[in-house]
Design a protein around this ligand. Structure first.
Ligand code: ZN
Length: 283
């Protein structure tokens, strides 16, 4: 019988199958083969003795959090309290794309913005959607349902941005503690193996501190430019151009003629080159 590991507590694996949850143990052979079952793993189980017999090949595997077979990452970002940071958001998007996972950005606390700020955010949303990055307000649950249907997802974002509120909104029965409470309980100290997927309609979602704290590994920095779909990487006349200062660079041209959002280019510069780079102040 086939299923998905949705929760791991020490050596006990909760496997969701068509006939419900089976609490399974892993056979010793996995330890010998140096394979650790992960949350998200597709597995074959012996439903009578409740043993995991086989782990299917993984589509992907994350280190932090330790999960497998993730289709998409829900990035929840607050527009106020804490203040919206395009840089942190772009960094999370880049981290997710570097793992070959689809980012879905959900913006919270839109109602706390002034009219002018709301207009700016609407423009921002249409820019991201235009370049192919899914971005919606957390109140748009119909679209969210469509985006996550049938997928295995992780939910991430800074603390205090309303992740648990979002999960609760998705399914009132989850009744999760607020971010603040779980932080007070020291959730941050939990091991990365402590992952649990919640079932929501046809999707599996894990709430995890994961990506937000991640710094981009040095050997992956070369690939950051490919996580910006609006960059004309191949059209740049300089081979292997980093799009930083080169005169005649196609990307810099697109920034100057308004095709690329200044905050996006600023995020790029800060990720690859200079943490303190500011597009605005250089003008
Ligand atoms: Zn260039």
């Amino acid at each position: 019988m086939e299923g998905t590991i949705v929760k791991i507590i020490s050596n006990l694996y909760s496997v969701k199958t068509v006939d419900g949850i089976h609490e399974c143990r892993a056979r010793g052979k996995f330890r010998n083969d140096d394979i650790t079952p992960l949350a998200g793993d597709r597995v074959i189980i012996d439903p009578v003795n409740n043993y995991i017999l086989e782990i299917k090949n993984r589509r992907n595997e994350l280190k932090r959090p330790m999960v497998a077979n993730i289709d998409a990452c829900l990035i929840v970002s607050s527009l106020k309290r804490p203040t919206f940071s395009p840089f942190l958001l772009d960094k999370m998007i880049t981290n997710v794309l570097l793992e070959d996972i689809e980012p879905i950005v959900v913006l919270s606390k839109y109602d706390l913005l002034t009219d002018t700020e709301q207009e700016e955010i609407k423009e921002l949303i249409s820019y991201y959607n235009k370049i192919g990055i899914k971005m919606i307000l957390n109140t748009d649950t119909n679209t969210l349902d469509k985006y996550i249907d049938g997928k295995v997802l992780v939910l991430t974002g800074q603390t205090g941005v309303g992740k648990s509120t979002l999960l609760n909104k998705l399914d009132g029965s989850l009744n999760l503690a607020t971010d603040d409470i779980s932080d007070a309980l020291g959730r941050g100290k939990h091991t990365t193996r402590h992952v649990e997927f919640f079932e929501y309609k046809n999707a599996l979602i894990a709430d995890t501190p994961g990506f937000s704290a991640l710094d981009i590994e040095e050997d992956k920095k070369e690939n950051i430019r490919y996580t910006f779909p609006e960059f004309n990487n191949d059209g740049c006349k300089f081979r292997d151009c980093k799009h930083l200062k080169e005169v005649g660079c196609a990307v810099i041209e697109d920034v100057n003629n308004g095709k690329i959002l200044p905050s996006r280019y600023e995020s790029y510069r800060r990720m690859v080159d200079d943490e303190n780079y500011s597009f605005i102040s250089e003008k």
